[in-house]
Structures are given as structure tokens and as C-alpha cells.
Design a protein around this ligand. Structure first.
Ligand code: MTE
Length: 317
């Protein structure tokens, strides 16, 4: 991970000012190189954010961001309770530093890595993605992360590596929700190797320019923006390459409701509710929440539909 700076927290207003400055500079054609020296330090010469160097990516620049408060107080993280406000209240027991990740299975370079070494070789990017939860709500989040493909290639997966499996920490002292058998712990998720190598997939270590808050999956989580939010597994300690399709946690829990692919799809309803539209968190009133039409693959059809050629998406949900 890039070197952390201690007392360098950027507030949200400053963050928005800096983004506006960057956008205007781009419109005016002012040269901003690809690898910007911390976008947060461009305006006002303010040092800020927890990371040294983050490049702006082309993803999601026009989406309206949710606030830091919304993003960090309305969460799904069952290891800290099943209520949306539970993780913000309870996740202080998680110790995200030091943190180790094991890499195993069908790859040449296996091992146990310290998170800092694990992330250090890669350029951090900002990716603004809409998180579309399977519960038919969404919010837009400015993630900081690294392309998953770049990380995975380092471990040289063999030709037998057809799937990549991720696991969350198993430690009921740090994650008290694991004392209750709500899910089959540890939380597990998988992707096909093609999905994992798609340029949209990232491993995230921060949001709004700051290190990931515990409730959002500190210190490292997956983001797969064309899939329902449950695929974006939090607090990852293990990455395993294998030949067979894994059984992910929610599929094991309720196979008629949650599949392996979990691609965002307005035409395939959840057995208990429609997926045609989504409630935009915090927008509109209590009695008239703002809704938007859900888009196939969450709007990334062009980038990912080829991954599913010949697959019946209604059966492979
Ligand atoms: N990862 C773990 N380990 N445990 C969880 O309960 N919930 C998932 C996903 N990752 C979950 C998880 C679900 S259902 C969603 S919608 C997203 O995290 C929510 O991410 P957020 O709280 O950062 O918005």
C-alpha cells in the first residue's frame, strides 16, 4: 500500500472542490498527466487524503456521488450485524493492520503476503462506480483501488485456473457476527478467471481518497461493478485459483434466490421482488424515494456482455 500520511484527512467538501477543479482543467485542456500527483493536492495546494499517488480513471466521472456519511453508515457486512447501521456501530473491533493475504491453488507464485507489499507495486486509481445491491437499492462511490487483473497476473495462474475464490477473515473476536450461524462463515465469493481479469474489476483499499473504513471492508475488498453488491467481498485474507466453480456464500444459503453469476439484470427478478428498478439511497423523501431504472450489467454491457456469450442469463443468474 502507498505510504500513509497520519493527520491528512480530506473533508468531503474539499474533495468535491478538487474534483470540480480537475474536471474544469480537463475541459480547458490543461495538461493533467495520467498519473496525477494526488488529485486531492491539486486545488489549494492542500496535502490531503491517505494515499500519495492516485490516478484519475475514465470510469464514472459523471455519476453523482453519494456522501461519505451515506456510504459509511448504510452497509451490508453481516460479520458485524444484519442491520444497515450495525457495521458502522460495531466494526471498530476489526484490526485491519497488520494484514496478510494468502495466495494459493493453480498458480506459480503462491505465498503469504503482507498487505503493504501486496499492493505496493501497483498504481492506485480512483474508480467511481454505482454499487447496485441485490436488495434493489444503489449508491455511487468513489473507490480507490488497483486493477484486479494486474494483481492476479503477478501470481501467474496456470491454464487450470478457471475460477478465482476469495475469502473474508474468519475470526469471531474481531468479527463478532461470526459467533452466530447466520451464514456459513467465512464469507466466500468467486469469479470466473475472465471476470476477474476484466479491466472493470478492482481490489479496493480506500474511498473518497481515504483508507477503507472498517464497515466498508477494510483493509482490502473486491469491487465488481456489473454484479450485485454481494459479489464484492470485504476484508479479504485469501485468494485461491481453482478449476471448478465454487459455491459462494449466498448461493449456499439460498440457491433459488442467489446464483453464482449475480449479474445485475433488470429482466430477471429475484423470486421475492422485482429487479427492474432500484431505490437511490438518500434521494427523494421517505414516502417518495427516488427510483431509477436498473440497467443490464449495471450499465457496463459494452465492457462485459462478451463474457456471457451463449449463456442463458435467466437460468444462469
Ligand atoms: N462481504 C462480507 N464479508 N460480508 C458481507 O456481509 N455484504 C455484501 C458485500 N460484501 C458482505 C460483503 C453485500 S450484500 C453488499 S451490498 C456489499 O458488500 C455492501 O458494500 P458496502 O457496505 O461497502 O456498501
Amino acid at each position: 500500500m502507498a505510504p500513509l500520511k497520519d493527520n491528512s484527512v480530506t473533508d468531503e467538501k474539499t474533495y468535491h472542490n478538487r474534483r470540480a477543479f480537475i474536471k474544469q482543467s480537463l475541459r480547458l485542456g490543461v495538461g493533467l498527466s495520467f498519473a496525477l500527483k494526488a488529485p486531492w493536492s491539486l486545488a489549494e495546494g492542500v496535502e490531503g487524503g491517505d494515499f500519495d499517488l492516485i490516478s484519475q480513471s475514465k470510469y464514472g466521472g459523471d455519476l453523482e456521488l453519494h456522501s461519505y456519511k451515506e456510504i459509511t453508515n448504510y452497509n451490508n457486512f453481516y460479520e458485524f450485524g444484519t442491520g444497515k447501521r450495525d457495521p458502522a456501530k460495531n466494526a471498530h473491533t476489526l484490526k485491519p493492520k497488520p494484514w496478510h493475504i494468502s495466495v494459493s491453488g493453480e498458480c506459480e507464485n503462491k505465498g503469504e503476503f503482507d498487505l503493504e507489499d501486496f499492493i505496493a507495486p501497483y498504481q492506485l486509481e480512483e474508480r467511481i462506480y454505482r454499487l447496485r445491491c441485490v436488495e434493489a437499492w444503489s449508491m455511487v462511490i468513489p473507490w480507490v483501488g488497483v486493477p484486479l487483473a494486474a494483481v492476479l497476473k503477478t501470481f501467474k495462474p496456470t491454464s487450470k485456473a478457471k475460477y478465482v475464490v476469495f475469502k473474508t477473515l474468519l475470526d469471531s473476536e474481531q468479527m463478532p457476527g461470526q459467533k452466530r450461524p447466520i451464514l456459513d462463515w467465512p464469507y466466500l465469493e468467486g469469479l470466473t478467471i475472465g471476470e476477474a481479469m476484466n479491466p472493470l474489476s478492482i481490489l479496493s483499499v480506500g474511498l473518497y481518497g481515504k483508507v477503507l473504513p472498517n464497515q466498508n471492508g477494510a483493509p482490502i475488498r473486491l469491487i465488481v461493478p456489473w454484479k450485485y453488491g454481494f459479489k464484492s467481498i470485504k476484508s479479504i485474507v485469501s485468494i485461491h485459483f481453482q478449476a471448478n466453480q465454487p459455491l459462494n456464500t449466498w448461493q449456499a444459503q439460498a440457491p433459488s434466490e442467489y446464483g453464482f453469476y449475480a449479474n445485475v439484470n433488470p429482466d430477471v427478478d429475484h423470486p421475492r421482488w422485482s429487479q427492474a428498478s432500484e431505490r437511490v439511497i438518500g434521494r427523494g423523501g421517505f414516502f417518495s424515494p427516488e427510483k431509477r431504472q436498473t440497467e443490464l450489467f449495471n450499465g457496463y454491457q459494452e465492457e462485459v456482455s462478451h463474457l456471457y456469450d451463449g449463456l442463458d442469463l435467466a437460468r444462469n443468474f
